[in-house]
Write a protein that binds this ligand. Structure first.
Ligand SMILES: Nc1ncnc2c1ncn2[C@@H]1O[C@H](COP(=O)(O)OP(=O)(O)OP(=O)(O)O)[C@@H](O)[C@H]1O
Ligand SMILES: [Mg+2]
Length: 335
């Protein structure tokens, strides 16, 4: 059986798709068979992974029962990474599903037939709460919540917790929040540091120790139609997502930093944790750990490429070049 993880935050532009494609790529690089489900009519995960599916079938066809999901799945540049692609017509499924019985669990039914083929299924959700989002959360057992390190993120967190509560309580579907993932973190910006500290202090679920840095390489990778590991494998953003993948595979996380109250932020929005369900310690449940394959130390491993994606451009960065705001692309070096 696969672990089905939804990447969810109803706030837009917080790094959901970047997390989904980067984490999915590294999990597959580390030897796992991964399916990404693009459940966002913006279809950013689909295009970002270089899958041009303009006239092909999409997750929409599978959702409304017009096509077998296995016939919709497309391969990516990574042999172990497949995608159930989206297209703009996915928004039409909102209307078509409305009269369907059990409309909240259509994706769960679709994925049911695919589980044996994958170790991980990652669902990329759009920036809203609608029937598609509900389908994504109902199909998932676990949730990762990317949170951008900016003030407005804090304001959206209560709403987000309410949505998770709604799924758990009203639709009776236990969700294990694997953790909030701090994204676009800039350690040189005081606000970024303070927001991160506040979330670590107040968020009622785990917050991953790994912070995803603000990284120009992560921002530009989709325009090259490549996962970050092909585009800039040594960039800080790539390294952070690889560490996240290893943590999710069960490697011991690093020691957490000491958490303090924020001296900078004055009007902090309240996070209201959903009340715990009496019948089960759902949130305390340990995620099922997948044994990690032995890493090969010294050797620099090439990711396994199924189709020839053309000459592999590896862009070498140093930390300084990773600053957003410096929009000059770093110097390319062909390897
Ligand atoms: N760590 C990062 N550093 C720099 N840019 C980033 C980072 N993560 C994401 N981005 C960029 O920020 C923008 C929003 O990211 P992304 O598309 O992953 O967010 P999203 O939550 O999926 O958005 P939406 O809610 O619209 O689906 C994109 O242009 C992306 O390339
Ligand atoms: Mg997105």
């Amino acid at each position: 059986m696969s672990r089905v993880i939804a990447i969810f935050n109803q706030k837009g532009g917080v790094g959901k798709t970047t997390t989904c494609t980067s984490l999915g790529s590294y999990l597959s690089y580390l030897g796992k068979k991964v399916l990404i489900v693009d459940l966002d009519p913006q279809y950013n995960a689909t295009t970002g992974l270089g899958v041009l599916n303009l006239h092909g079938k999409t997750v929409y066809d599978a959702l409304i029962g017009r096509e077998e999901a296995s016939r919709v799945i497309r391969k990516t540049q990574l042999a172990n990474l497949d995608i159930l692609p989206a297209s703009p017509d996915l928004s039409g499924s909102l209307i078509e599903l409305i009269d369907v019985e059990d409309r909240e669990v259509q994706l769960k039914n679709v994925l049911g037939g695919l589980q044996s083929g994958y170790d991980f299924i990652l669902i990329d959700l759009g920036p809203s709460v609608n029937l598609l989002t509900i389908n994504g959360l109902m199909a998932a057992d676990e949730v990762i919540i990317p949170v951008q390190c900016e003030y407005y993120s804090l304001e959206g967190l209560s709403q987000l917790l309410e949505t998770i509560n709604l799924i758990e309580e009203h639709l009776d579907h236990p969700l294990h929040v694997l953790g909030a993932l701090l994204t676009m973190y800039d350690k040189r910006e005081r606000l970024s540091r303070e927001v991160a500290k506040e979330i670590r202090h107040r968020f009622p679920y785990k917050v991953f120790d790994i912070e995803i840095p603000r990284s120009v390489s992560l921002a530009e990778a989709p325009s090259f139609k490549k996962p970050i590991m092909f585009h800039a494998p040594q960039s800080p953003g790539a390294v952070a997502y690889e560490r996240l993948a290893r943590e999710i595979l069960g490697e011991e996380p690093p020691e957490p930093e000491e958490k303090e109250e924020s001296p900078v932020l004055h009007s902090m929005p309240e996070f209201r944790a959903p009340e715990k369900r009496e019948e089960g310690p759902v949130r305390q449940r340990e995620p099922e750990r997948v044994p990690e394959p032995e890493p090969e130390p010294e050797e620099v491993r090439e990711p396994e490429i199924e189709e020839d994606p053309g000459p592999l451009m590896i862009i070498i960065h140093d930390e300084e070049e990773e600053e957003m705001g410096n929009l000059d692309y770093p110097q390319d070096r062909q390897t």
